[in-house]
Design a protein around this ligand. Structure first.
Ligand code: 5GP
Length: 209
């Protein structure tokens, strides 16, 4: 990754139903210098989803082919479907001097942490206010049947155990507030980066005097 520019890898993970998709969309709207990494998936497209916007929907075979060609930074299996983040999004954002946002699970986050420096990553784990609220949101979404809701709920409980691996853990009570918190944290990291740069230049001058 180019160290001259301040592009960060922003990771947002949360159990499904915690409001992550709305949150990511709002964040992108609010921060013009953040690009969303569109993942590839082998799962079926839902009615309201658009190919190339929500995901790149591909067959399992196509996904496996791309994986073999080292097309992905990371891949994971969720609910028997394959998901993967392509490398090309990072290159593009880096070139444009923009941050890149990954809406991925804890397994993907772990893989990215392994391959990039700590200060290139800002990772967030978003929790729902309570288990009851999570269930309510999953039901409200009206997408899954009872059995699937229970499956997602128990998966969510498992997933939540990984919150300690993240730099920031936020409880998503009101999505606008959560978005503002995330924005402030990203800006804080930017500020630190610039301050460090200025300090380094000053130090060089002092040392070389
Ligand atoms: P959904 O099918 O509900 O859109 O997503 C299911 C889960 O897969 C969510 O937790 C979502 O964050 C995660 N996910 C989506 N894209 C990727 C990806 O590219 N990599 C990984 N590791 N997880 C992903």
């Amino acid at each position: 990754m180019n160290t001259e520019v301040n592009s960060k890898l922003i990771i947002i993970s949360s159990p499904s139903g915690a409001g992550k998709t709305t949150l990511c969309k709002l964040l992108i709207k609010k921060m013009q210098n953040v690009n969303l990494s569109i993942s590839y998936t082998s799962r079926n497209k839902r009615l309201n989803e658009v190919n190339g916007k929500d995901y790149h929907f591909v067959s399992k075979e196509k996904f496996e082919k791309l994986k073999k060609k080292n097309f992905f930074i990371e891949t994971a299996t969720n609910f028997k479907n394959l998901y993967g983040s392509p490398y090309k999004n990072i290159y593009l954002s880096n070139k444009r001097n923009q941050h890149i946002l990954f809406d991925i699970d804890w397994k993907g986050a772990r893989k990215i942490r392994k391959n990039y420096k700590k200060d290139e990553i800002i990772d967030f784990f978003i929790l729902p206010p309570s288990k009851t609220e999570l269930k309510r949101r999953l039901i409200k979404r009206g997408r899954d049947n009872n059995q699937e809701i229970n499956l997602r709920l128990s998966y969510a409980m498992e997933e939540m155990k990984h919150f300690k691996e993240y730099k920031y853990v936020l409880i998503n009570e009101k999505v606008q507030n959560t978005v503002n918190q995330i924005k402030k944290i990203i800006e804080y990291h930017q500020l630190i980066y610039y301050q460090k740069n200025i300090l380094q230049k000053k130090l060089k001058r002092i040392i070389n005097r």
